[in-house]
Design a protein around this ligand. Structure first.
Ligand code: 13P
Length: 264
């Protein structure tokens, strides 16, 4: 329930999921960059999370044009190197200057059987490479209907943050993404989002300390668009959004980044 502090700069991250080849990625980032102004970057951290195959192209564009756009990866291996066919290590992502790596997205948990233990190992691998993990947590519809969302999310949080010390948790981003709101057009009400995000911050204060808890950015994700972002951002413990579908439309994503101009 802590008031937003200047140390919590909002973060709007566009998770493109399995969309956009490297050429489409360049076109999309160029369109975003054309629309974004210095003041947007001053107010909000703006990140794109493309598929692995497009990260190098995004990096080249960001470097060449000195864009303020940050970028990251949708996943990261828990292993440092070796015989793990198909995996991408945190050090490889660090070499591409990724700022973020999403870990524990519900689609990874659901389709790739990722457990809290694996998610935790991935988060620690990212942190060891100086990459901020975006640790995703969120309940399914059955849990929500039974009123168990807070307990469910806090258990995922405890598991995901195991063995991560306070100095590293401050660089970690938590994304609350209720599974029933992802890609469904169904958004949690701002009050629903605040309830769980506040519980996450309270737990962070218990696991670490109030100062660390105040610094951690907590994002909401699930059918975020220009029409609902302002009300979500008006909540005390919501510090940004992890945006799926709407981040594929540069106009809509820029609108989300400029949520301050939108009516609540
Ligand atoms: O899963 C999400 C972001 O990681 C949310 O996706 P949508 O914004 O498409 O619902």
């Amino acid at each position: 329930m802590a008031p937003a502090t200047p140390s919590r700069k909002p973060l709007m991250a566009g998770n493109w999921k399995m969309n956009n080849n490297h050429l489409e990625a360049i076109a999309l980032v160029q369109k975003m960059a054309f629309a974004l102004k210095e003041a947007d970057y001053d107010a909000v951290d703006i990140a794109v999370i493309p598929p692995f195959t497009a990260i190098r192209s995004v990096q080249t564009l960001v470097d060449a044009d000195r864009l303020g756009i940050q970028y990251g990866a949708q996943d990261v291996s828990q292993h440092a190197s070796g015989a793990y066919t198909g995996e991408i290590s945190a050090s490889m992502l660090a070499k591409l200057k990724c700022s973020y790596a999403v870990v524990g997205h519900s689609e990874r948990r659901q389709y790739h059987a990722e457990t809290d233990e694996i998610v935790n190992a991935k988060a620690r691998a990212a942190l060891a490479a100086d990459i901020s993990p975006i640790l995703c947590v969120g309940e399914g519809l059955d849990v929500r209907k039974a009123g168990g969302q807070v307990a469910h999310v806090l258990a995922q949080l405890d598991g995901g943050l195991a063995k991560i010390p306070a100095d590293q948790v401050r660089r970690t981003v938590i994304a609350y993404e209720p599974v029933w709101a992802i890609g469904t057009g169904e958004t949690a009400t701002p009050k629903d989002a605040q309830e769980v995000c506040a519980a996450i911050r309270t737990r962070l204060a218990e696991l670490y300390d109030g100062g660390s808890a105040d610094e951690v950015r907590i994002l909401y994700g699930g059918s975020v668009k220009g029409g609902n972002i302002a009300a979500i951002m008006a909540q005390d413990d919501v510090d940004g959004a992890l945006v799926g579908g709407a981040s594929l439309d540069p106009g809509e994503f820029v609108k989300i980044c400029r949520y301050r101009d939108l009516p609540v």
